[in-house]
Design a protein around this ligand. Structure first.
Ligand code: AP5
Length: 222
């Protein structure tokens, strides 16, 4: 066991592959995956007060107001499992305000990963994406088709995955990307996210293994 678990942020444009890589990172490193998109979609599905507020922003491809999202993330990060196992923050912070909120709480990552993917690829990935509401797994009609007819029949499309809304999400991402990444310039690590899922994961895996190794050494020598 490690007394100083990994703290990882993963960012990138819509459909750059954050969720897909997070599934693999969780399997390999056992970090607690905190995806603001997933948390918000769960609130919407459950019809909570937060969900009802967030829904119109999400469906329009816009950012949900900072205070709603920040309160949600802070609550999740403070739970014991995230402290014990380490965390993988996906889709947060997404604005300078959100990065500053984390800084105020003195929450900083060991590494800030950015998945870099060209626009044309992103649109294709969004439009073909399907989700399995039972397992939460992410599929793509062309690139990662479902394993069985049973799974295929229950797949759903996200309401914000139309070409028009993807373009809006992409614009918002571009408006904020630099301000957010400059908050993490000392730990930023860019990865070419247009490669295969396995190739991207190989790069992330060696990066995180190295970081984990260094942390263990620090703990032992300190
Ligand atoms: P969120 O759910 O975070 O959406 P996003 O950032 O737009 O990211 P996506 O989930 O679209 O993509 P991804 O990078 O996870 O890609 P994936 O792995 O699925 O946020 C949704 C909304 O919630 C926001 O618009 C906003 O309204 C709100 N929100 C969330 N966080 C917020 C915050 N902090 N502040 C305010 N509002 C917030 O992959 C995409 C597709 O490509 C899949 O089909 C997959 O199978 C395929 N694919 C993945 N990798 C590869 C590969 N290497 N090769 C080929 N295909 C691939």
């Amino acid at each position: 066991s490690i007394s100083d678990p990994l703290k990882v942020m993963i960012s990138g444009a819509p459909a750059s592959g954050k969720g897909t890589q997070c599934e693999l990172i969780v399997q390999r490193f056992g970090l607690v995956h905190i995806s603001t998109g997933d948390l918000l979609r769960a609130e919407v599905a459950a019809g909570t007060e937060i969900g009802n507020k967030a829904k119109e922003f999400m469906n329009a491809g816009q950012l949900v107001p900072d205070e709603i999202v920040t309160a949600m993330v802070a609550a999740r990060l403070s739970l014991e499992d995230a402290k014990q196992k380490g965390w993988l923050l996906d889709g947060y912070p997404r604005s300078l305000g959100q990065a500053q909120s984390l800084e105020k709480m003195q929450i900083r990552p060991d590494v800030y990963i950015v998945l870099d993917v060209r626009d044309e690829i992103l649109i294709d990935r969004c439009v073909g994406r399907r989700l399995d509401p039972v397992t939460g797994k992410i599929y793509h009609l062309t690139f990662f088709p479902p394993e069985t007819e049973e799974i295929k029949a229950r797949l759903v499309t996200r309401p914000d995955d139309t070409e028009e809304k993807v373009k809006s999400r992409l614009n918002i991402y571009k408006q904020n990307a630099e301000a957010v990444s400059s908050s993490y310039s000392n730990t930023i690590h860019k990865i070419d996210g247009s490669n295969s899922k396995e190739a991207v994961f190989n790069e992330i895996e060696s990066l995180l293994s190295q970081l984990q190794h260094n942390k263990v050494k620090l703990v032992k020598s300190g």
